[in-house]
Ligand binder design. Structure first.
Ligand SMILES: [Zn+2]
Length: 276
């Protein structure tokens, strides 16, 4: 833990503001720690939400979309949902109290990983219906700006195709981005030795997890070469690609993860600013 994070934790525990703790900003955006309750709609009371709406304080709500899907042998299956929710929360904290984060859609469109045990998938129509219904609920409460922030590759094209229609139907502003839209080719080249981001369970996602939630990485007992013949992956191309991911995951570091989180949080915060 860096001194900044310790100061933030102490201030949070003592219930004091960071200004009182002598800090000029909320926290380093790259740090894994985020406030356990602030800005999360699902951890707020109805009173807190209502008052923000009545005061006209709440300008944008983020709807995170992720997945519950295999992430090779070493990463937890909730990775995409956990990572996008963290980016959303940190970006919202930079605008506190003008932005809230709605309950994440934690199962996405993942039929391509169904031959790996454990993956859950929604049909495209089901996923889009869930996202729409959440947006409609927010609209019913008076929310006028929604950013659907995505963290799973399989959700990208359906969201891009449908969100403009959601906005028209509900008569409010709804936009969609994936948090990795923040990463230009130059950023990826500079930060990732493999030259790839977001990828899948490889250097980028493993670095993200090391920085944000190392408890979701389980290298113990992983012997990829030994397990490979038992995986029964039908598509040979996909099997080769997965092996590549397993190799690239070894390039991950906490520092790379912190840098990439920081870039995504600041980029998302700027998107939110544009929507206010
Ligand atoms: Zn992922």
């Amino acid at each position: 833990m860096t001194p900044d994070r310790r100061t933030f934790l102490r201030a949070a525990i003592a219930g004091t503001t960071l200004a009182a703790a002598g800090q000029s900003q909320i926290e380093s955006a790259g740090a894994g720690y985020a406030h356990p309750r602030k800005v999360l709609l699902y951890e707020s009371t109805r009173k807190e939400f209502r008052e923000l709406m009545e005061q006209g304080t709440l300008k944008v709500v983020i709807v995170p979309t992720g997945s519950t899907e295999q992430h090779n042998e070493h990463l937890a299956m909730i990775h995409d949902t956990a990572s996008v929710t963290l980016v959303a929360q940190k970006a919202a904290l930079l605008h506190y109290p003008k932005v809230m984060v709605a309950t994440p859609v934690s199962v996405g469109i993942s039929p391509h990983w169904m031959d790996r045990k454990g993956t859950l998938t929604l049909k495209k129509e089901t996923f889009l219906a869930v996202v729409f219904d959440i947006c409609e609920s927010l609209q019913a409460h008076g929310v006028k700006n929604i950013l659907v922030l995505n963290g799973h590759g399989g959700n990208v094209a359906p969201l891009r195709a449908s969100v403009p229609e959601f906005a028209r139907k509900l008569g409010i502003r709804i936009e969609a981005n994936s948090y990795w839209d923040a990463y230009t080719p130059e950023i990826v080249k500079k930060q990732m030795q493999s030259g790839k981001a977001p990828g899948h369970a490889a250097e980028f996602e493993t670095s993200f997890a090391m920085a944000a939630f190392p408890e979701r990485i389980h290298w113990e007992g992983v012997d990829y070469d030994k397990v490979k013949p038992h995986l029964k992956i039908k598509d040979p191309k996909s099997a080769v690609q997965e092996e590549e991911f397993a190799r690239e995951a070894k390039l991950a570091t906490t520092a790379k993860g912190e840098a990439m989180i920081d870039i995504a949080v600041k980029w998302t915060a700027e998107r939110l600013r544009q929507m206010m």
